[in-house]
Ligand binder design. Structure first.
Ligand code: RNT
Ligand code: ZN
Length: 422
């Protein structure tokens, strides 16, 4: 259904007054939202397959389920699909690439030989659109990661291979940052862990710390590249011990001044990363978020507009300085239209940020006055404030479809493009 422009207008004017009465400036909230970049993860578009010649099994405890038709098989297809998603998302955003999405011209280029030139087409694409790039070394889906260990491997030769890969990834990140004039957040996640109870948890952790120090040894300008590392609770095949656990990386980040990446699916299911944001930002200048949705485990479902997401968004806003929290998405659903999966998750992230930016100041005031009754009452009343009207207005002003009209746009693209891929 198409919502008429006049209707959107009228609804927004009423909403603006309603919020103004509560001391909320909707225009200011929208100006902040319009400038807030979300990093779209390229791997939603092709089920985390990448473009290497010898594309191996995913591994690393990651699992993509579903066989919806239309997976992007080439860099051009992936770029075209990302364009299709960006066309229905308000604002200007970023793209998060993995190392195995390089363009190797039909040659076999192993991970320890990747160069910025393999990403020239991505840089050109990003520059044309004014989009920033983020990056990740790919320490899985490779024969040297087949036994589940990479940077903490017992074999020094295997460690050296992955150290070289990660070093090159940082240089590629720096090349992105230099070319595009915006720092590239380069995030190291390794799958290393034990399926069953290890006899030695110390050794692998010491090796991981040493390998990371080797990776980060080369000093690169922070205006080009920002280093992040990502802990995890467990993965498929590493249920008993993850070498790079939360405590391991929190300590590492604080002592080495790298960014910590908090992935919403990487903690015990009753833990929320929302509560961790303010805690870790006391000790670290900046963090990276991987916004995801675990269902019973780190299942990487499409991000929905639920309480977890709202809590994350409100904590991001509460930090008061958006530059300290880099927001990326991390999920992979192959059971639905992949362009729609990006659109749904990113629009939800932005909508949740909008709700956070529109939070009535009376809630905080009540808490400061020790009136927890009023705080709860106002929090619950705020849930039904007309943020939808503000969101629709934002979409209209930003020139993207209002309401569910974006789905028709994606359906057209599916009919004309993705459904023709065999
Ligand atoms: C894995 C981590 C990691 C990956 C991507 C593909 O559990 O979340 O961030 O999902 O790098
Ligand atoms: Zn992640």
């Amino acid at each position: 259904m198409n919502t008429g422009a006049n209707q959107v207008d009228a609804a927004y004017r009423l909403a603006r007054e309603r919020y103004a009465a509560l001391g909320v400036d909707t225009e200011r909230a929208l100006a902040t939202l319009a400038d807030f970049p979300v990093s779209l993860h390229c791997w939603q578009g092709d089920d985390v397959v990448g473009f290497e010649q010898a594309g191996g099994a995913l591994g690393g405890g990651l699992a993509v389920t579903g066989n919806y038709p239309g997976r992007a098989r080439t860099p051009d297809e992936l770029r075209s699909d990302i364009d299709a998603a960006l066309a229905v998302i308000p604002g200007r955003h970023r793209l998060n690439l993995h190392a195995f999405y390089g363009e190797f011209g039909g040659r076999t280029v192993d991970r320890d030989a990747i160069e910025p030139e393999h990403f020239a087409a991505w840089i050109a694409w990003a520059r044309e659109r004014g989009v920033g790039l983020d990056f990740n070394p790919t320490c899985f889906a490779h024969p040297h990661a087949a036994d589940g260990f990479t940077l903490s491997h017992a074999d020094a030769a295997v460690r050296r291979f992955w150290i070289e890969h990660c070093r090159r990834a940082r240089r590629i990140g720096a090349a992105f940052g230099r070319a595009l004039g915006t720092p590239c957040v380069t995030n190291v996640w390794v799958p290393d862990g034990f399926k069953d109870t290890p006899a030695d948890r110390c050794g692998p952790r010491q090796r991981l710390a040493e390998s990371l120090d080797d990776v980060f040894q080369e000093s690169l300008p922070p205006e080009h590249v920002l280093d992040a590392v990502e802990p995890k609770l467990f993965g498929i095949g590493s249920e008993s011990c993850t070498v790079g656990s939360a405590e391991f990386y929190l300590g590492y980040c604080i002592s080495r001044r790298t960014l910590l990446c908090l992935d919403a699916g990487h903690f015990h299911p009753t833990e929320s990363i929302a509560d961790k944001i303010s805690a870790v930002l006391l000790w670290l200048p900046e963090i990276l978020l991987h916004v995801s949705r675990g269902v019973r485990w780190d299942s990487d479902h499409v991000v929905t507009f639920n309480d977890d997401l709202l809590a994350i968004a409100r904590e991001i806003v509460a930090v008061g300085n958006p530059a300290r929290v880099h927001v990326g998405l991390d999920y992979f659903d192959a059971s639905i239209n992949r362009v729609a999966a990006w659109a749904i998750g990113t629009r939800n992230m932005l909508r949740a940020l909008l709700v956070a930016l529109l939070e009535p100041p009376g809630i905080l005031l009540a808490e400061r006055e020790g009136d927890f009754t009023a705080r709860l009452a106002l929090q619950e009343e705020a849930r039904s404030l007309p943020f939808g009207a503000v969101w629709d207005w934002h979409c209209q002003v930003q020139g993207v479809p209002v309401g569910d009209a974006w789905l028709d746009v994606v359906r057209h693209y599916e009919r004309d493009v993705t459904s023709r891929r065999t």
